[in-house]
Ligand binder design. Sequence first.
Ligand SMILES: [Zn+2]
Length: 218
Amino acid sequence: MKEKFLIYLNKLLDFIYKKKCYICGSSKECVKVCSKCYSEMTFSTFGVNRAIDGVEIYSAGVYEKNIQKMIRGIKYHRQKELAYYMAKFMWEYFSKVCTDVEYQVVPVPLHKSRRKKRGYNHMELVANEFCKLNGFVPNYELIKRIKNTKPQYKLSQQEKLKNLENAFKVDKSKLLDKPVLLIDDICTSGATFGSMIKELKLNGIEKITCFAMSSPEW
Ligand SMILES: [Zn+2]
């Protein structure tokens, strides 16, 4: 009852304050991402994007326009509500390519100092919404980021690999009896997934799939 009331109250407040679409600014639908902007996001080809160490990597959309704006919004401008739309888009893609496996969903972790600075890990928010849609189980504890790495986009391919060397640590006591689905916002060089795959495999964890919200178009 209380929950229903809160949902109603939220809708009422959205209506009174005319919630605007974060992407186009329209307040017609009183939502964070309007149906027009949502439908403009481009899906990637449905299928494996590439493989690293025998692990399949999937990517839901092309990193441009609306997807780019959403990722920047949730990452740098505290637009946490965008998590739902990212998760929805990811599930619309993933439900077409995945088989009936139930995964433990592991978002790429942030180093504790960066997490503290930002106040949250946006990929945890996305994982949480994603699991609500498909009944998968989120797992935020399996892998920790033990090295405070530099932002990857500034570095060359060689530097990226060096930067991520020994950046992650698996806590095997947190492993669930399900295959691992690693999720991230963008996959460009694949260095982050690669480093996590390496650490998981060192711990004997072999059933891994990687899934990014977006990649640049190949
Ligand atoms: Zn819009």
